[in-house]
Design a protein around this ligand. Structure first.
Ligand code: HEM
Length: 398
């Protein structure tokens, strides 16, 4: 079902090909417009309820993924049923993927699969969640299929995958395949933004360096955009460092060995479930230096301030948060772009600082009010002008 956990068989290969077509570095540029729109909405809404910053991040990430995967217009409400659904779906997945009740039948107590259903709460929960989710996901894909049948040109990922998988005659797989992208893309990006907020509070000097860069390149009279990408190396270094310092998938995605393997004299038998300790790799002082525990975007810049992420085996990412080799995250270009533009917008518009408590000292790091103030009084005006210019993108919201 969820193809991040699927064996690398022929169906996985065709899904991966479809996802590559839809999410590769070149195609990812087609989504710039959506990503900028989500940043504008975030800037517009954040000052009203800055304490709910995580809700704003979740709304933006879910809305973007729905646009990319199913071609939806932006959703504006962080309590929209789709935001809540993706949140519940991801939590279920985390529980199912972690060693625990859902592994009993699969791995260690195989005899338990012969127990009657009424004795197995884990099986009932999994089956109920599966039927419920399948219904929602098939509905989402079904809407796209109707558009295709009506002859509408749809550029969304679901449209592309439905065409690829049509040959295999497997629309149910297409529904789960799209859902895997939808799920993989939403919570991860918003989680990274939450860690970004914490980094800005704990390392205010990095926030100031980034804001000086934004002042020089963007200035106060317009919003940042992807056209500034090459001229904002420090913001791009922040993206890499957030993923290294506090990657949201710090133990990777568990995979089963397809054959016996040997590591440092140990036999790892076929079917062993393996995790990669990415957290530990990111604290390797030989690779990242003696300050590897700390948040320091400067580690990704050379002496001329240019981006330098030449860490072996990371496909130029400079970290392992997107996984490895043929299973590497299919959406990493989209994720990097989202993080870049959201972070540029947030630091252009706001100072992120901790709440000061009744004793005059900051509440670090939690609980905290993250947004203390706008960097310039004109932010609201500029956002309003840009929203007016982007009129069509804000039409037909769900
Ligand atoms: C900061 C955000 C993200 C992080 C940290 C992240 C991380 C990961 C990791 C660790 C994997 C598993 C790699 C493995 O199996 O070893 C993965 C797989 C995947 N990710 Fe991401 N991801 C992010 C965002 C996205 C986005 C935005 C999308 C899509 C729009 C996406 C789509 C996928 C897909 C489809 C897979 C399954 C690939 C496969 O098994 O072949 N991810 N991601």
């Amino acid at each position: 079902m969820h193809w991040a956990f699927r064996q690398a068989d022929s169906l996985w290969r065709s899904q991966r090909r479809g996802a590559h077509d839809a999410l590769n570095s070149k195609t990812a540029k087609e989504y710039f417009r959506y990503q900028e729109t989500e940043s504008i909405i975030m800037l517009d809404q954040m000052p009203t309820t800055p304490e709910n910053f995580i809700d704003h991040f979740q709304r933006a990430s879910t809305s973007l993924t729905l646009s990319i995967v199913y071609g939806w217009p932006p959703i504006l409400d962080s309590a929209h049923p789709s935001v809540l659904h993706i949140d519940r779906f991801s939590r279920q997945l985390l529980v199912a993927a972690a060693p625990g009740p859902f592994w009993v039948e699969l791995e260690y107590f195989k005899w338990m699969k012969y127990l009657p259903r009424w004795m197995c709460a884990w099986r009932r929960n999994a089956e109920n969640a599966f039927s419920h989710d399948s219904m929602i996901l098939e509905g989402l894909c079904g809407d796209v299929q109707k558009q295709i049948d009506a002859g509408d040109e749809t550029k969304c990922v679901a449209g592309k995958l439905l065409k690829v998988l049509e040959h295999a005659g497997n629309t149910f797989e297409a529904a789960w395949n799209c859902a895997s992208i939808y799920e993989a893309g939403a919570e991860t990006t918003s989680g990274q933004l939450a860690w970004f907020t914490q980094a800005m509070i704990l390392y205010p000097e990095t926030q100031r360096i980034a804001q000086v860069e934004l002042d020089c390149i963007v200035g106060p009279d317009r919003l940042p955009s992807f056209d500034d990408y090459n001229n904002l190396p420090y913001i791009r270094a922040i993206v890499k460092e957030i993923l290294r310092w506090r990657g949201v998938v710090s133990l990777g995605v568990p995979h089963k060995l397809s054959q016996d393997d040997h590591y440092e004299g140990y036999l790892l038998p076929k079917d062993t479930v393996c995790f990669v300790n990415i957290w530990s790799l990111h604290r390797n002082t030989v690779v990242y230096g003696h300050d590897s525990e700390h948040f320091n975007p400067g580690r990704f810049l050379d002496v001329d301030g240019k981006l330098d992420s030449s860490i072996p085996d990371t496909r130029d990412e400079g970290h392992f948060s997107y996984g490895f080799r043929k299973r590497i995250c299919a959406g990493r270009h989209v994720a990097n772009n989202s993080l870049f533009i959201h972070i540029a917008f947030l630091l252009w518009a706001f100072n992120i600082s901790p709440e000061i408590n009744a004793h005059g000292s900051p509440n670090l790091p939690d609980p905290f009010q993250c947004i203390e103030g706008l960097t310039t009084a004109d932010v609201a005006d500029i956002v309003a002008q840009v929203k007016a210019g982007h009129g069509s993108l804000f039409d037909g919201q769900r």
